[in-house]
Design a protein around this ligand. Structure first.
Ligand code: SF4
Ligand code: SF4
Length: 726
């Protein structure tokens, strides 16, 4: 990974009393070190990638503290790492993107939760839900419930987040249960500060080794017959211990308000949105985080599972109505509270609770992001029913203004075309989809199963390819049922990240075992690019990258090819992505060859984002030293361009755009290459492979020219001068 986290690493070293400043996920990283963690693992994914990325880069400092850091190959291997805390009194943390990562990790998590832990085990989940989310919209809460692991959902401010990391370990140890902490996108990226503490070196670590393995204790194995008492222990021992800890340490927060006949119970992670909504309604001010300033009493649940029944009943006692603000479906917390109130109301001294009306999903949407606007609408309805004297007109005016702005924008702008995301400029994956488009025109469109990763951008215009998307590394497996009933061979596309994560076993091994007949295209760009260009087993080694200089360093590694051959793949081609004609030929052969079995094309080209990061400092250093630097750019000769834009439809490069023609006889805009071009050559290659037109030219921009460059320049200028009329 070429991105440097120098500043972030320095902030991890802050000591007692110093002020830590940064974003939420970095606060978690710092708090892990303050908690005396012995090991950290995970699989990167937004919005929690930085936790592991920073720690991996801070290797020297981690070694100093004795913290073992592991960039795991999947969430399953990360979850299994927590096994260290089953037998040893060591604290460990793992991280990944949820819900997808939790799905992958769930087998190990079930066993971990059954066995229980003696050392604190914390799972930091990037809850990728709502606006900005990129995975199937589900909640991690379901996993907490079914495995009986505790779930933290801290208020999005850095002091609370860091504090909950430390408390999370203590809770885990007090109840012998792994603890999950969900952080939504906004919580991971919220900026703020907190007062740091010294980092704690763990008693057992890479610097202080265990002198012997743990005693053999059958009850620590999640295996029959131990699993039966373990299941009973969860509800009989661990749950009460967790509730006691949560209550005694005040992990949930109560914010008083003068409208005490009503109240709001909110997931901690939604607290900031709630306060914003209350501010719009003029029912809160900017001191609502800790110093009061909110008129409606709020119970903020920094621990959303387990709830503490006594806290719920105490908050609801004497209120005519309570609103539960819980994002996503189903309404786990609301149901939990309803059960608690119903049971409590059976007790004579708490009978009045039967009068407290419970609202939640009846007034708020069942699914989707609870933005401030959604909350203003829901809270207004709640107050109109149960506190009619509270003036909700400021909220109504605010919503009217938003709707008026939307209507005005629609009136002025009309229906705007969608602007889907796309590959980076010069991305090596784009040419493969251009080639697939060209081949489909010849031999017909196959069923295409796509995968998680940058190549999923090909599902958008102008490629619009992909019939299914069923998870990371699952594309080949997802076409297993389609192939046998299709006249044409199905095509699966996956990245090298997906290949190592799951594709090798779930896809390739399964296909070989079942003698499947399909085409697999593996985008070998050298990194897990979509998650932030982390390194893979097949990333080219550092020295190979340095030696490759300006060339694509991904070529330096053949681990994927060797693995495939070792497994028994017979039909295997490695093709340079940017040579579109070669890619077209390879695809056509794979689609049409009578040879049975799996056909694999390894599409090779280094991630352009990573390549540019690698080259930029090298180029800057050469320029500074006065050395010759050549940049390649492509352009379109507008005299030749007919303006049919077939090149744009085939390449989709954001740098390939349109401009008005200076020729008055050409009414249509002509193609134009803007300054963003990185000179990948795709547009020229596509024009050639598709036999489109000769408009494209390649130019070399020479900086710090040498004597020969200057001589050639003068010569060319003179010849052009002779050829051009005066
Ligand atoms: S990050 Fe790399 S692989 Fe992903 S779209 Fe950008 S250039 Fe392509
Ligand atoms: S050469 Fe063409 S496809 Fe490549 S970056 Fe430049 S404009 Fe885009």
């Amino acid at each position: 990974m070429e991105r440097q986290f120098t500043e972030e690493i320095e902030s991890l070293k802050l000591g007692d009393g110093e002020t830590f400043r940064g974003e939420g996920i970095l606060a978690v990283t710092k708090a892990l070190l303050q908690s005396g963690v012995s090991y950290v693992g995970g699989y990167q994914g937004a919005p929690v990638s930085h936790l592991l990325d920073v720690m991996v880069q801070a290797k020297d400092y981690m070694d100093e503290l004795g913290v073992h850091v592991e960039a795991c190959t999947s969430e399953a291997s990360a979850a299994a790492m927590l096994g260290a805390s089953v037998s040893y009194p060591v604290r460990g943390a793992v991280t990944w993107k949820s819900i997808v990562g939790t799905n992958v990790a769930s087998d190990a998590l079930s066993y971990l939760a059954s066995a229980g832990v003696i050392g604190g085990a914390l799972i930091v989940l990037g809850e990728d839900y709502g606006e900005g989310g990129v995975v199937a919209q589900e909640r991690s809460h379901a996993y907490a419930l079914k495995s009986m692991m505790w779930l933290l959902d801290p208020r999005p401010n850095l002091a609370t987040i860091a504090g909950m990391v430390e408390r999370g370990f203590e809770l885990s140890e007090a109840s012998n249960t792994p603890v999950m902490m969900e952080l939504r996108i906004r919580a991971c990226h919220v900026q703020g500060s907190f007062t740091a503490k010294d980092n704690r070196a763990a008693a057992v670590s890479t610097r202080h080794l265990l002198d012997k393995p743990a005693d053999f204790l059958y009850e620590r194995l999640a295996h029959p017959p131990a699993i039966f008492p373990q299941e009973k222990k969860k509800s009989a021992v661990r749950l009460p211990a967790a509730r006691k800890f949560v209550a005694e340490h005040g992990l949930n927060e109560l914010f008083a308000g003068d409208e005490s006949s009503v109240g709001i119970i909110v997931q901690g992670g939604l607290y900031n949105n709630l306060v914003r909504a209350l501010q719009v309604l003029e029912l809160a001010n900017s001191f609502s985080d800790s110093r009061g300033g909110c008129r409606i009493p709020i119970l903020a649940l920094n621990v959303v599972y387990p709830l503490v029944p006594e806290e719920i009943t105490a908050f609801c006692a004497g209120k005519s109505a309570v609103l539960v603000i819980e994002e996503g479906q189903p309404e786990f917390i609301e149901q939990d509270i309803a059960t608690t109130l119903r049971r409590a109301a059976e007790q004579p001294e708490l009978r009045s609770l039967s009068q407290t009306k419970l609202h939640g999903k009846d007034l708020l949407p069942m699914a989707g992001d609870y933005s401030a606007e959604v909350l203003v609408r829901g809270i207004s309805r709640f107050l109109e029913q149960h506190a009619a004297h509270v003036d909700t007109s400021p909220g109504a005016r605010w919503i009217d203004a938003i709707e008026a702005s939307r209507a005005r924008a629609a009136q002025l702008l009309g229906a705007l075309p969608g602007r889907p995301p796309t590959f980076c400029v010069g991305c090596p994956e784009r040419p493969v989809f251009s080639a697939m488009k060209l081949v489909a025109e010849d031999v017909g469109r196959p069923h295409v199963s796509v995968d998680v990763g940058c190549h999923a951008f090909a599902t958008f215009e102008p490629f619009s390819q992909g019939n299914t998307l069923l998870g990371y590394g699952m594309s080949l497996a997802s076409s297993a049922g389609v192939g046998p009933m299709s006249a044409r061979r199905p095509v699966a596309v996956m990245g090298d990240g997906g290949f190592w994560h799951n594709g090798l076993l779930s896809g390739v091994a399964s296909n070989l075992l079942n003698h499947g007949d399909a085409v697999l295209v593996i985008m070998k760009n050298g990194y897990a690019s979509a998650t932030g260009t982390q390194e893979l087993l097949s990333s080219p080694p550092e020295d190979a990258r340095a030696a490759a200089g300006g060339a694509s360093a991904a070529y330096a590694d053949r681990t994927i090819e060797k693995t495939l051959k070792g497994l028994g793949v017979k039909w295997l081609r490695t093709v340079n992505n940017y040579r579109v004609a070669d890619m077209v030929n390879a695809l056509r052969r794979a689609y049409t060859t009578p040879e049975p079995g799996l056909k694999v094309i390894v599409a090779e080209g280094e991630c352009q984002l990573e390549r540019q990061r690698r080259l930029r400092p090298q180029v800057a250093a050469r320029l500074k030293a006065g050395k010759r630097v050549v940049r390649t750019r492509f352009g379109v000769d507008e005299d030749v361009c007919t303006g049919d834009h077939s090149c744009i439809r085939l390449s989709g490069c954001p740098s390939l755009t349109v401009k008005s023609s200076s020729d008055p006889l050409k009414a249509d805009p002509v193609a134009h290459v803007n300054n963003g071009c990185v000179g990948c050559g795709l547009c020229g290659e596509v024009a050639h492979a598709a036999v489109l037109c000769p408009s494209f030219f390649r130019a070399e921009i020479v900086q710090n020219p040498n004597v020969l460059d200057r001589f050639l320049d003068r010569l060319r200028a003179r010849i052009v001068g002779w050829l051009q009329p005066a």
